[in-house]
Write a protein that binds this ligand. Structure first.
Ligand code: ATP
Ligand code: MG
Length: 435
């Protein structure tokens, strides 16, 4: 919903409360939007909690304007205009026993107070009445917002035992809001960190994504490490199997962590693959990074990009000395901007010059037909030239392409002459493929 206008969204969230009240139901803003509002941050979405039941919510806003996203939990999405976006309206509820450590076994519609108490952290448990401009706080959330503390509602151990995702959420809220973790909540996280793997890999990855793309990513990583959650979700970082950069992997752990946090801090609005590559770069090989991405069920595209960035993390260091045919392939690659940003962050983090990055950026301003000119010779040209298709065909084409980029051949005739020389010197697929 990129066209959503925050002001229209807010008006829509007020309107929803007004209409529910007009029908005799209690309705309040709940969760993150209340927290953000009290912190002076523009909420990115609004949640409304109400005494209305799912079928009543649908009846009031219309079957066609509502989607029963989580009707079993009493959650209905109400669809607004394009600029107002969607708002989730939920029935006040409490969650009944959590036997799997991930999901409640059942939910029961309930009072606003019980609904506040089933929420994860006090700062997320405050309600707001936008019609009377009134805060309704059963859990001491306002005080914790004022002293900037993330505190579990009730007994932290019991709350984390119910739903282990909360372990990661606690760190995410503390790091991204730059809040402290309440000491008892923090102790519980430390004790229970190992249990986070009960949560599905996708949900772990989703939390990691939110933390790593946020500007506070270094805070998150440091806190995750300090409370033991990083070792639970990324044991590879602690396995002492560094294979990435010989120069870096020889460094003691302390140095590699300091470098990693610095690099993370230097990234400016990174993609998830770039931030993840920065987190992994001093500890694991590209192959291990790829396995991590697969475990987290990232898309092929993101998995490949992360591994590619790790594989080429130092490739541009000697950009100024490199043959153009080699550098060009990195610069025209889809991930080149991220690769340059990784190099830049590493250079800044280590207080080393960024001339290699600037050199590449200057080259990238070349017009496309100069940066990546059409090939002088194609497969069809080779066929027409009488070269029989064979296993080494791509090798011949590659050699001719490199010669073209390095300005050793400048025309199709020169390129085909090079093909002839390569064939004569034994690089001919017909001679070497054995058929
Ligand atoms: P964000 O800004 O990340 O969206 P949020 O607080 O809105 O933060 P959501 O995941 O959108 O977080 O959830 C909305 C609200 O639902 C939370 O504020 C919290 O009250 C409650 N909640 C969400 N996840 C949990 C959970 N795992 N356990 C308990 N309560 C939760
Ligand atoms: Mg939210």
């Amino acid at each position: 919903m990129p066209q959503v206008d925050p002001e229209k969204q807010r008006e829509f969230a007020v309107e929803i409360v007004r209409r529910l009240r007009a029908r005799g139901f209690e309705a309040l803003w709940a969760g993150g939007c209340v927290r953000d509002r009290l912190l002076g941050i523009t909420p990115k979405d609004y949640d409304v909690a109400s005494t209305a039941r799912p079928e009543q919510i649908r009846e009031i806003f219309g079957i066609l304007r509502t989607v029963p996203v989580g009707a079993a939990f009493g959650v209905i999405t109400v669809i607004g205009t394009r600029t107002a976006g969607h708002i989730e309206v939920a029935t006040f509820r409490e969650d009944k026993s959590y036997s799997d450590g991930r999901h409640p076994d059942s939910v029961e519609f309930s009072s606003p107070e019980a609904d506040a108490r089933r929420r994860d952290f006090t700062i997320n448990g405050v309600f707001y009445d936008p019609l009377d401009d009134r805060v309704i706080d059963f859990v001491g959330g306002q005080e914790d917002l004022a002293c900037r503390v993330v505190r579990a509602i009730g007994d932290p151990r019991a709350r984390f035992a119910e739903d282990k995702l909360r372990l990661l959420r606690a760190v995410r809220f503390a790091a991204t809001l730059r809040f402290a973790l309440d000491p008892d909540t923090r102790r519980a996280i430390r004790e229970m960190a190992g249990e986070v793997t009960l949560v599905s890999a996708e949900r772990i990855a989703a939390e990691m994504r939110l933390m790593l793309v946020h500007e506070t990513r270094a805070n998150s990583v440091k806190l995750l490490r300090d409370v033991g959650l990083l070792a639970a979700v990324l044991p590879e970082l602690f396995a002492g199997q560094a294979t990435a950069l010989p120069s870096v992997s020889a460094e003691p752990d302390r140095v590699r962590w300091a470098l990693t946090l610095e690099v993370l801090d230097r990234l400016d609005t990174p993609t998830f693959p770039l931030a993840l590559a920065a987190l992994l770069h001093a500890f694991v090989s590209a192959a291990v990074a790829y396995e991590i991405c697969r475990r987290w069920k990232l898309s092929n595209r993101e998995s490949q990009r992360t591994a590619w960035l790790l594989e080429h993390q130092s490739a541009l260091l000697d950009a100024r000395q490199m043959p153009w045919s080699k550098l060009q392939k990195l610069l025209i690659a889809e991930g080149s901007d991220e690769l340059l940003r990784l190099h830049e962050a590493v250079a800044k983090a280590t207080n080393t010059p960024t001339a290699h990055v600037e050199h590449c950026r200057a080259l990238l301003t070349m017009p496309r037909e100069q940066l990546d000119p059409p090939p002088l010779v194609t497969g069809n040209d080779l066929i027409a030239h009488g070269v029989r298709r064979g296993k080494l065909y791509p090798k011949l084409l590659g050699a001719v392409r490199d010669a073209q980029l390095d300005k050793q051949v400048a025309s199709k005739a020169e390129a085909l002459a090079l093909v002839d020389r390569l064939r004569a010197s034994g690089d001919d697929p017909d001679q070497t493929s054995g058929d």
